[in-house]
Design a protein around this ligand. Structure first.
Ligand code: PA5
Length: 426
């Protein structure tokens, strides 16, 4: 992967850059040496190098044996216990995988990521005549949304298969000791994977939280880890890509660009942006500070938010994820009847048109006063997604330290819970 900042440079001074370069280097060293704030949550920093062969083959073996038993797996979790796996699975899946059948492949569904009664009703209805299993993921083991969904779906699966058979179809991913889920898993004898103490939810994609669902969906977690490891190694030295991204976004923030928009030109990456929004929003939005993370899918959103980005309040900058190669190829053919006026495109691939839109939009947005950071990957694959995951995590830690916050806590998420529990009479 590669980062280009030339379209952001005119929005800050060289002196500011040199000053923040130093800050980024110091922040990176604090992460590596575990000397900064929140240093008891830095288990993710060396994770790609530390994942054991035992864990990987255990996950692969469990997935292989489940393949013979079930067609659908419901992943129950919210926030960091859901977004990472959803992001990777969506990015790697066929756009229509839910309605195409591929023998021997488990289809992954999600629950517990909202409190919508209709969502749960419709999911239960869908599952009623399917062969399925449940994977419940919660580090604390006490989060309301997944706990509610699990209570209901556990009851259903036990009624369908009987308690003994149901038990074999349930996997719990949680803390090694604490929480109601751990106690339940122990009591029921569920297959369990552990979320390490020193890895927070939004940094947990490369633990079983992400690895297990991704492997279940049929993707290669070894390649994902390899990609992450490459960036782990590359970001050990000064002046690396994670430092660059972290320092440039902080320089833009300093100069009034308070909103960052993650941009993609491939709908498969839409949930990667959702994962990124949680990572940066929960890590940096505190003490009255922080860049607001937003996201758009182009070219779709050029026909909605495009107007605002081009011409609205000038407090936005973009981070563009540009993918070099598509998986498939479609060429627009010339036709005798040119009444749709598209013969000028004949012989061109759809991706060429998409790339022209990307280039044209980039130029228009620069002209419109929108700084752009460009991140390029050769293709959407496990390896390059692994690179992106670790890159964004490392840059997030560095960025939070530059901003002067603890990027590894989330005190703000408790406020709504207190009110909700009071209203519900807990
Ligand atoms: O990043 C975080 O820590 C949070 O978003 C959590 O992942 C989220 O609240 C879910 O928590 P838990 O895994 O404890 O159910």
């Amino acid at each position: 992967m590669k980062i280009t900042i030339k379209n952001a440079e005119k929005f800050f001074s060289n002196q500011e850059f040199l000053e923040f370069e130093k800050k980024a280097q110091n922040a990176n060293q604090s992460l590596i040496n575990k000397t900064g704030e929140g240093n008891d949550f830095l288990g993710w920093v060396n994770l790609p190098a530390e994942i054991t062969e035992n864990l990987i083959s255990d996950i692969e073996n469990t997935v292989n044996s489940l393949k013979n038993e079930i067609m659908f797996m419901v992943i129950i979790g919210i926030g960091g216990s859901y977004l990472g796996s959803k992001a990777i699975i969506d990015a790697l899946s066929d756009n229509f995988s839910m309605v195409k059948s591929k023998p021997g492949q488990i289809k992954v569904l999600f629950a517990g990521q909202n409190l919508s009664e209709d969502y749960l009703y419709e999911l239960r209805e869908f599952l009623s005549d399917k062969s399925y299993g449940l994977t419940v993921i919660s580090k604390s083991g006490t989060t309301t949304e997944p706990a509610v969904a699990f209570r209901i779906l556990k009851n259903d699966i036990e009624q369908k298969y009987g308690k003994n058979e149901a038990r074999k179809r349930i996997i719990a991913i949680t803390d090694k000791e604490k929480g109601a889920l751990k106690q339940l898993a122990r009591k029921e004898g569920y297959k369990t994977y552990i979320i390490p103490d020193d890895v927070g939810g939004r940094f947990s994609v490369l633990t079983p939280v992400g690895l297990f669902p991704i492997a279940l969906a049929g993707f290669n977690i070894r390649e994902l880890i390899k990609g992450a490891l490459k960036i782990q190694n590359e970001t050990l030295t000064k002046g690396n890509i994670a430092e660059t991204y972290a320092l440039v976004r902080n320089l833009l923030y300093l100069n009034g660009f308070t909103n960052e928009i993650m941009v993609n030109y491939n709908p498969k990456l839409s949930f990667l942006s959702e994962w990124w929004k949680q990572l940066y929003g929960e890590s940096e939005g505190k003490n009255g500070k922080g860049i607001f993370p937003a996201a758009v899918n182009f070219t779709t959103d050029l026909h909605s938010l495009g107007q605002y980005i081009q011409d609205g309040k000038r407090n936005l900058f973009e981070t563009l994820i540009s993918v070099e190669k598509t998986k498939y190829k479609i060429v627009l053919e010339s036709q005798e009847d040119d009444s749709d006026n598209l013969n000028y495109l004949s012989g061109k691939r759809i991706e060429e048109i998409n790339k022209s839109a990307e280039e044209g939009t980039l130029m228009a947005h620069i002209d419109g006063g929108v700084p752009i950071i460009k991140i390029e990957i050769p293709e959407i694959s496990e390896f390059f997604l692994g690179e992106l995951i670790y890159f964004f995590e490392k840059a997030c830690g560095i960025s939070g330290y530059i901003l002067g916050v603890n990027p590894f806590d989330q005190p703000g998420v408790e406020a709504y819970k207190k009110n909700m529990f009071k209203i519900l009479g807990k």
